[in-house]
Design a binder for this molecule. Structure first.
Ligand code: MN
Length: 206
């Protein structure tokens, strides 16, 4: 069965002014749709991938061709990205609670986490992603990956469960922020879905 493009969990204009409607429309309907279609091409060409979940595929990505790596990563990353954001008037922004808050305090606090995350995002040369990941002990780490790679890939330098992730490809911000990636990274915290991040953290630490 083919992978399907998941719908946005809110309207195209719901994250304005942080991310504008045109960016969201192109990003979901064109970019994410293309990753999905090309992932399906790669899966259709390889019988051993039939019936596998996207997480299974990412876990064996080192043995698969670039078509599957780039588009399988793009498929998973964007599905995660839409869910880890939410409109400001629907709970976006704010601050973490529960076990995730405790883990962020142990990391050095929310301000330090944001500072390190923004620095990783700004420092990622070319296209890629900034991540907060949790290891099996629940400790948080801030990392970045190139292209559509992610921390679930079997050959990732920093493996872990993604808790937060921000897309720093130019297509994610250029229409609003032009070349100012740092301004985008700073503004993005206004639409972070801390409730979803907390759920993912709780699931990661069991
Ligand atoms: Mn993207």
């Amino acid at each position: 069965m083919a992978f399907e493009l998941p719908p946005l969990p809110y309207g195209y204009d719901a994250l304005e002014p942080t991310i504008n409607k045109e960016t969201m429309t192109l990003h979901h309907d064109k970019h994410h749709a293309a990753y999905t279609a090309k992932l399906n091409e790669g899966v259709a060409a390889d019988p051993k991938l039939e019936g596998k979940s996207i997480e299974d595929i990412l876990g064996m990505i080192s043995s698969l061709p670039p078509l599957v790596r780039n588009n399988g990563g793009g498929y998973w990353n964007h599905d995660f990205f839409w869910k880890i954001m939410t409109p400001k008037n629907g709970g976006g922004g704010g601050s973490p609670t529960g076990k995730l808050k405790d883990a962020i305090d142990a990391y050095g606090g929310l301000d330090k986490l944001k500072e390190d995350f923004n620095a990783k995002g700004a420092g990622q040369f070319g296209s890629g992603w900034a991540w907060v990941i949790a290891d099996s002990s629940g400790a948080l780490k801030v990392v970045s990956t190139p292209n559509q790679d992610n921390p679930l890939m079997d050959d990732a330098n920093d493996k872990g469960t993604p808790i937060l992730g921000n897309d720093v490809w130019e297509h994610a911000y250029y229409l609003t922020y032009k070349n100012d990636r740092a301004a985008y990274l700073k503004a993005w915290w206004d639409v972070v879905n801390w409730e979803e991040a907390g759920r993912r953290y709780d699931a990661a630490v069991g």
